[in-house]
Design a protein around this ligand. Structure first.
Ligand SMILES: Nc1ncnc2c1ncn2[C@@H]1O[C@H](COP(=O)(O)OP(=O)(O)OP(=O)(O)O)[C@@H](O)[C@H]1O
Ligand SMILES: [Mg+2]
Length: 364
């Protein structure tokens, strides 16, 4: 209630600490509509999201990226620290849900549950009368008319999230040393969904391909149905080139960006031809991870993906979209957010998560 008396916030900062870069997105609400007014990036200190991370260097990186205006940030936990699972649970009270969530998490997380922060997020939104004109409502009605296979599903779908409490405390303190207050710790899946999933009909997959990890989210008629962290990203490609050519990281990065990988083989410049071979092996690895998850979705829940939307720095890898399209047999595109960008601000797919975080408190 008091919130209504306070001035409404109209500027939001999303910070995505990645293994490769720390990225910040600033969103302003202008006449009720969000506009991305700034995107800032700095290289991450080596070992981000591992025990070995240089905390002082990360504090400095956060200071640089935060910008002068905002002291409050929305962020997410990177690396392989968060375990996320979609499950169906019976409908129950909030208190019972909390207990059920902890009980479920114990089944698939080896860490003792008292060392974890456990959250659950309901994924289904009721189809209300006034929302009947949305694509989701229309698609849901069409499915109902056909009769869903296996009948109406019982209970509710929730996303369970579990993360070591020590990690959350550690990053809160790193942010606070950089002069920032973390107002929310969000999850990559929601950030991606806000950008590419929430106003869509049909079944699509979102894949944010980063440096060390990738995030896959399957959305049907605006609702998240499946979330998976894939332990692979663009660094695997760089490492292949480093090993194959005995070159340093910077040179391998350069080779990776220059090499053109064609679906029918190499089509790059003569110098890039060999690199293309190594890249294809790496791209196959990424494709295999995505394919496994999509096959799992199709077999478990009848979720057959029609379209794959890419983001993350590695979605800029030349030839990746075409490679995945040929390999997976679905339409693949690099996501373009339907958002306003301020003067001079150009979207880069590496910022998808940061922008999605900044949109957390912005109504759709
Ligand atoms: N033009 C490009 N071509 C190919 N790869 C690129 C290009 N630009 C960036 N990358 C790769 O994108 C990756 C970084 O992407 P991103 O910023 O999304 O990762 P991150 O969020 O820092 O890492 P993670 O998500 O794994 O924690 C690096 O592996 C980098 O080499
Ligand atoms: Mg990332």
């Amino acid at each position: 209630m008091w919130q209504r008396l306070l001035p409404r916030k109209n500027r939001f900062l999303g910070i995505d600490v990645g293994a490769h870069e720390v990225k910040a997105a600033e969103v302003r609400i202008i006449e009720g509509a969000p506009e991305v007014v700034a995107l800032r990036r700095v290289p991450s200190p080596p070992g981000a999201w591992t025990e070995q991370v240089d905390e002082d260097a990360l504090v400095e990186a956060l200071k640089q990226v935060a910008g002068p205006h905002l002291k409050e940030a929305i962020t997410c936990i990177g690396g392989e620290q968060v375990v996320a699972r979609t499950v169906r649970l019976p409908r129950m009270s909030e208190k019972e849900m909390e207990a059920a969530a902890r009980f479920e998490v114990e089944k698939f997380v080896p860490t003792p549950v008292d060392q974890l922060i456990v959250r659950y997020v309901p994924l289904e939104r009721p189809v209300s009368e006034e929302a009947l004109s949305t694509p989701r409502a229309a698609a849901a009605r069409a499915r109902e008319a056909q009769g869903p296979p296996g009948g109406q599903e019982e209970g509710q779908s929730v996303l369970l999230l579990a993360v070591p409490a020590a990690t959350v405390f550690r990053y809160h303190s790193i942010f606070s040393r950089a002069g920032l207050v973390v107002t929310a710790v969000d999850h990559h899946a929601f950030a991606l969904w806000r950008l590419f999933g929430r106003a869509t009909a049909g079944t699509l997959a979102l894949a944010d391909v980063g440096a060390e990890t990738s995030h896959l989210v399957v959305v049907r008629d605006e609702e998240i149905k499946f979330v998976r962290l894939l332990p692979i990203g663009g660094s695997a490609l760089t490492r292949r080139l480093m090993d194959a050519y005995g070159v340093e990281l910077a040179e391998a990065e350069e080779m990776k960006r220059e090499a053109a990988v064609g679906v029918d083989g190499d089509q790059g410049s003569p110098g890039a031809i060999g690199a293309g071979d190594f890249l294809i092996a790496g791209l196959s690895e990424i494709a295999r991870e995505i394919r496994r998850s999509l096959e799992f979705c199709a077999s478990q829940d009848g979720l057959t993906v029609e379209r794959l939307v890419l983001s993350g720095g590695s979605s800029k890898q030349r030839g990746l979209a075409e490679f995945l399209q040929a390999d997976l047999g679905v339409t693949v595109e690099v996501g373009v957010p339907q958002l306003e960008f301020g003067p001079g601000v150009v979207f880069d797919p590496a910022f998808a998560v940061a922008v999605g975080l900044a949109l957390r408190e912005v109504a759709s």
